[in-house]
Design a protein around this ligand. Structure first.
Ligand SMILES: C=CC1=C(C)c2cc3[nH]c(cc4nc(cc5[nH]c(cc1n2)c(C)c5CCC(=O)O)C(CCC(=O)O)=C4C)c(C)c3C=C
Ligand SMILES: [Fe+2]
Ligand SMILES: [Fe+2]
Length: 385
């Protein structure tokens, strides 16, 4: 058997302003992020959304220095994890595979093959599983595996999610306590999770909301019952309904109800990035001040916090010791989860028919918008006219 490897998966982020549009294009090209009934519409729509969103997104990245710190932090996590594993007698090569920007997952896999890795642990840097994050990366890896005999020879094991890993929960509790030490006794702990469209949970069976709620419950059980706390969902994109309540609404409601002190806990992110540094620290802070909140503090992301790196090392050593968890096993253990493309057609006045009705209407509307904004309709774009 060859040597041992650990592949850390994350979303990726633009290194500078010129990367923002192509990064967004990659993100919106992913059917796990935007679920469309027709694969051929995915790329034109991704082009349309990335082009129209790029300026706003670039402005947000400018406020945090022009680009995302995600690559640097993830590489620091990889280096710290390698050292921690070495101290436990595990000699492993670390790889970083981003879903939508450099270093791409495909680049990491090419390196894993070149290095002749014989045993691989695949560890997503998302504590809670979502179709849109870990699910999307697993689907990409599965596709790479399917067509590559060299990859099929590797003994690999996936870690689907780890929101309940004891040292991760402990580290979160430690960081929250450190922040609470600077706050008055009546401070509300405000868990802000990344949102996903509500239909991912209700229709596609994404376990994300359950895992977020279980994670918050574990942290609160360890912190003790004295603290008032709330959970809300941030970063909504697009017109459809996402998981509720929305972070911005809850900040306004708390202010109106007379709350004065908040500590925000970014619960789905383990690294600083645009949604902590810009959205929480700048946008939500402003909103909180306007809503009459006097103390608005945020718990820092775990980054390379030693207890957290130890938690990651536990996950790796546990995965190496246990029977391997494979792609088919993740799909079986989450058999209610419908990874895209998922639906089968049913004839008659069914929910499927109604859904398709809505989708076709939406497609007509999008085609019109596309034509109005770009001067080119979908058929021109496809070279049909
Ligand atoms: C449009 C749908 C999106 C879903 C669903 C979504 C889920 C989701 N995302 C993260 C974590 C990250 N998202 C990041 C960037 C980002 N995500 C979306 C859209 C969706 N995310 C967009 C449009 C962007 C780009 C930034 C922007 O324009 O707002 C990042 C990278 C941030 C960086 O520093 O560059 C992360 C990380 C989670 C955890 C999640 C669902 C659970
Ligand atoms: Fe996101
Ligand atoms: Fe966002």
């Amino acid at each position: 058997m060859g040597s041992t490897g650990v592949l850390l998966l994350n979303l990726g982020g633009p290194d500078g302003p010129e990367d923002v549009r192509p990064f967004l294009y990659n993100l919106f090209s992913d059917p796990e992020i935007i679920r469309l009934p027709f694969p051929w519409l995915q790329k034109p729509l991704a082009w349309f959304i990335s082009t129209s969103r790029a300026r706003k997104s670039q402005k947000n990245y400018e406020e945090i220095g022009g680009g995302s710190p995600l690559r640097r932090i993830t590489e620091e996590q990889a280096a710290a994890l390698k050292t921690c594993l070495q101290s436990r007698g595990v000699d492993a090569e670390l790889y970083v595979g981003m879903r939508y920007w450099h270093p791409f997952t495909e680049e990491a896999i090419a390196q894993i093959k070149a290095d002749g890795i014989g045993e691989l642990v695949v560890l997503p840097l998302y504590p809670q599983f979502s179709i849109s994050t870990s699910g999307s990366s697993f689907r990409l890896l599965e596709a790479l595996w399917e067509k590559d005999a060299q990859l099929q020879a590797i003994r690999y094991s996936l870690v689907p999610s780890w929101y309940d890993a004891p040292r991760y929960v402990e580290s979160m509790v430690e960081l929250i306590r450190q922040e609470l030490a600077h706050c008055p006794a009546e401070t509300t702990i405000f868990f802000s999770a990344h949102g996903v469209p509500r239909s991912y949970v209700t229709d596609a069976g994404d376990p994300y909301q359950d895992e977020i709620e279980a994670c918050v419950a574990l942290i609160m059980a360890a912190l003790g019952p004295d603290h008032p706390h709330v959970l809300a969902y941030q970063s909504r994109v697009g017109p459809v309904e996402w998981l509720q309540p929305y972070t911005e609404d809850v900040i306004i409601e708390l202010g109106a109800a007379g709350a004065k002190h908040l500590v925000v806990v970014p619960i789905s992110f383990i690294s600083e990035h645009i949604e902590t540094l810009q959205e929480i620290d700048i946008e939500y802070r402003e909103l909180a001040e306007e809503s009459g909140i006097e103390t608005f503090r945020r718990v820092p992301a775990l980054n390379t916090y030693p207890g957290f790196i130890a938690a990651l090392a536990d996950l790796v050593t546990d995965a190496l010791a246990a029977p391997p968890c494979t792609f088919s096993e993740v799909n079986t253990s989450r058999k209610r989860v419908k990874l895209y493309p998922q639906e089968r057609w049913e004839w008659g006045m069914t929910t499927a028919a109604e859904r398709w009705n809505g989708r076709l209407a939406m497609l007509g509307f999008l085609a019109l918008l596309l034509e109005l904004i770009s001067g080119q309709g979908p058929l021109h774009m496809l070279g049909w006219l």
